[in-house]
Ligand binder design. Structure first.
Ligand code: NOJ
Length: 479
């Protein structure tokens, strides 16, 4: 059933992007290389050998981007800071004032237009110099990330009041250090490195939260969190307890891995501790491959998020399956198989299922699991493989149905939903898939050196939703 109504007052309506995917200017004005710059420069790594060298050229198009945002009438814009643009060698001994200026112009421009900046500190583009010392596998990263974050709070925090430490960290650990599909392409220690990396990432997140809390919160009065991505899952056979358990396990492995420690008790979900612990025992290892937090670390990590930030795209069906003990891997540890997750990122509509009701269920799961936290949907959207289509009816359908399920969660289920953000403001570099899947509300012509942007029909549709703060009952039915 379609549900008519509006969202709470002061609801944040936004669009999202990330530095590497839109900025270009990969070596402009002293920017240092990131692991994604180097990875995309090797032929064969990315679809059509695309790179983010120029991308949407947003580094040179602050005014154009602000114009699009203003025209959409969003009241928030989620973007990320390029760490190597600000600290070319990753450390604060190398501050690049041109990079700082770029973000200052963007942030000031947003505020002039009454648009709230929502800023991600790390959206995957790690400075290569830090990868050279082991990247997220090196515990020193806790200090290094903290020093970058501290600089950002000090420099931009007078105007930025919404911070996210990591975007979708599950992909940093899993694709970066287990399957090796993403840079840094490490696959020689699967089932082990993946857990150690997340262990460090969680400590880094907590450290940055405490820095904000201790040094900045009182004056800057912002909020800080991390963004997780979870697919909704349904058990294949709802009357088989093993499938129900496998479905819950999936949610815990994909999202709870990060949010259980942060929003609950400073520790990993039981489902993960049991599964990885048990398998490690069967594998005759001296201890679990899932590392253990000390009591002190648990205290330090618990409660380190002010709001819940969620990226949602799709759902799948999960069935329990006992998997081989070897080779070790994060995926094997989950002991389940899923249907409908053929390929991500999607190259065509058919490969990712639009499951709007999965969003409502997931929001309710978060509400129950974590005690009704304020939730922001920080990404939702669809990638379509089509070069020139501004007539994107299928995207309108996707957005309309997802926004409606979000509305039901807010109005009917009592989910404390505070914002909704579309991925993405415009077509951009979609990681391994290059420029093939188009996620934008604006079309970008990547053949044209000026990278002209054109609103799609979905942009017009979205601005109408924003204007009405939802989907109020059509007037003629009102009387
Ligand atoms: C997840 C990521 O945060 C973003 O970088 C990506 O482009 C979109 N979702 C779509 O795959």
């Amino acid at each position: 059933m379609y549900f008519y109504g509006t969202f709470p007052e002061d609801f944040l309506w936004g669009v999202s992007s990330s530095a590497y995917q839109i900025e270009g200017g990969w070596d402009a004005d002293g920017k240092g290389p990131s692991i994604w710059d180097n990875f995309t420069h090797i032929p064969g790594n990315i679809k059509n050998n695309d790179t983010g060298d120029v991308a949407c050229d947003s580094y040179n198009k602050v005014d154009e981007d602000l114009y699009l945002l203003r025209a959409l009438k969003v009241n928030s814009y989620r973007f990320s800071l390029s760490w190597p643009r600000i600290f070319p060698n990753g450390r604060n001994s190398s501050i690049n004032s041109y990079g700082v200026d770029y973000y200052n112009r963007l942030i000031d421009g947003l505020l002039t237009r009454n648009i709230t900046p929502m800023v991600t500190l790390h959206h995957w583009d790690l400075p290569q110099a830090l990868q050279d010392i082991g990247g997220w596998a090196n515990p020193t990263m806790v200090d290094l990330f903290d020093s970058f974050a501290d600089f950002c709070f000090q420099t931009f925090g007078d105007r930025v009041k919404f911070w996210m430490t990591f975007n979708e960290a599950v992909y940093i650990s899993w694709l970066g250090y287990d399957t090796g599909e993403f840079p840094p392409n490490i696959k020689d220690n699967p089932g082990i490195a993946v857990y150690n990396v997340t262990h460090i990432i969680l400590k880094a997140h907590a450290r940055v939260y405490h820095t904000y809390d201790q040094k900045y919160r009182e004056h800057q009065k912002g909020v800080i969190s991390l963004t997780i991505n979870v697919d909704w899952v349904e058990p294949k056979n709802p009357s088989d307890p093993r499938d129900i358990e496998a479905a819950d396990r999936f949610l815990q492995f994909m999202g709870g891995w990060f949010t259980h420690p942060v929003f609950k008790n400073g520790d990993y979900p039981d489902a993960m501790k049991w599964k990885v612990g048990n398998r490690s025992e069967l594998q005759k290892l001296p201890s679990s491959r899932l590392p253990v937090f000390t009591e002190e670390e648990k205290d330090y990590i618990r409660g380190t998020a002010d709001v819940f930030c969620l990226n949602y795209y799709t759902a799948k069906i999960i069935q329990h399956k006992t998997t081989r003990l070897k080779p070790y891997s994060y995926e094997n540890d989950q002991e389940q198989v899923s249907e409908f997750d053929s390929s991500w990122p999607p190259s065509a509509l058919e490969t990712v299922r639009a499951v709007p009701w999965g969003l409502r269920r997931l929001l309710n799961w978060i509400k129950e699991e974590y005690g009704n936290p304020p939730i922001y949907i920080t990404e939702n959207g669809v990638g379509i493989k089509s070069k020139s289509d501004v007539d994107d009816t299928s995207r309108i359908y996707y957005l309309k149905t997802h926004i409606n399920e979000a509305l039901k969660a807010s109005r009917l289920d009592g989910v404390n939903l505070r914002g909704y953000t579309i991925w993405s403001l415009m077509d951009n570099f979609e990681w391994l898939r290059g420029y093939e899947p188009r996620f934008g509300l604006h079309h970008v012509d990547f053949e044209n050196p000026n990278r002209p942007r054109t609103p799609k029909r979905s942009a017009i549709y979205y601005s109408e939703i924003i204007r009405q703060n939802g989907v109020p009952l059509p007037e003629e039915e009102d009387h």
